[in-house]
Write a protein that binds this ligand. Sequence first.
Ligand SMILES: NC(=O)c1ccc[n+]([C@@H]2O[C@H](COP(=O)([O-])OP(=O)(O)OC[C@H]3O[C@@H](n4cnc5c(N)ncnc54)[C@H](OP(=O)(O)O)[C@@H]3O)[C@@H](O)[C@H]2O)c1
Length: 308
Amino acid sequence: MADPKERPTRQNLSLNLPSSSTSTSRASYAVRVHADTDPHLNRSVALITGASSGIGEALARVFAQRGYDLVLGARRIDRLEALAKELEHSCRISCSVQSCDVMCTEDLDALAQAARDRFGRIDIVVANAGYSAQGRVDQFSEEEIQRQLEVNVMGVVRTIRATKDDLIASQGRLAIMGSVNSFVSVASTGVYAMSKHAVKALADALWYEMHPQGVSVTHLAPGFVASEIRGIGRNGEPASGHRRNPPAWMVMSTETAARKMVNAIESRRRERILTTFGHFIISVERHARWLLARIIRRFKLTKPGASY
Ligand SMILES: NC(=O)c1ccc[n+]([C@@H]2O[C@H](COP(=O)([O-])OP(=O)(O)OC[C@H]3O[C@@H](n4cnc5c(N)ncnc54)[C@H](OP(=O)(O)O)[C@@H]3O)[C@@H](O)[C@H]2O)c1
């Protein structure tokens, strides 16, 4: 059996991407070469769930700028169609969009099939779709907790089950969207953090399981990133006024976050934590939990309705 510590090499990867963190431009070049030297194959293909807004939309833009063809899924198909039109025009790539609810296995199977039908391959999968249900655990109904886990955990599982054979065939890259809450669970984040701890555990196991098959697995763990995430309520539906906005200095722009994430995926990194504040909080959780408790008290985060 292959040693799981061994990084994928030039011999066992079809795209021959270098693994250093400074490899982005060379990686993009390699992807283009792949397309140019074999006219019978299309460009590399990235499939993204939850691409209708926020991080998923920004990831689509970065992949398009780097020459990938795209397969995008989300429920708001009008947004996906507008994005596809824009990216096909500005980046000269091909983009397939599909209405897809990650709570539905058939939708994800159809999304993967759309990729096969249109492009014949899938090189990168980003299981990104999700929302963040915030509040004290005793404020949740059982249905709300179930829905959070259905979307954030089972949605990721369904995405992987629908695409893993394609990734093995392409010796591709799988990215799973976690969060700083994959490491840290504090008052008012319990249900969301439970879902993100679960996908980190999944990513960790899959890294061992898929590595021998030539597929890299990257766990992405953003801190605060600008998006529409704070406009969704505990029941997964649009809501307003239920959450505070974090201070601007804590929030990374969507474009910067997406660029860093694509760099991590292209260079097959195992994990990428984003934002300085995110790194800080994870480090405090690991090494000085007493300080975390003080921060929670300082920002009064145990009160209902106090979460970011
Ligand atoms: N922004 C942050 O600060 C932050 C921090 C840590 C982690 N994250 C994670 O990043 C991911 C993206 O969130 P975001 O911040 O970009 O928020 P966002 O702007 O609200 O985007 C969420 C995306 O997920 C899709 N989605 C939600 N429920 C879905 C479902 N049932 N089926 C299919 N798609 C669904 C939405 O599309 P439709 O509504 O059109 O279906 C949308 O495209 C999430 O997993 C989130 O937990 C975000």
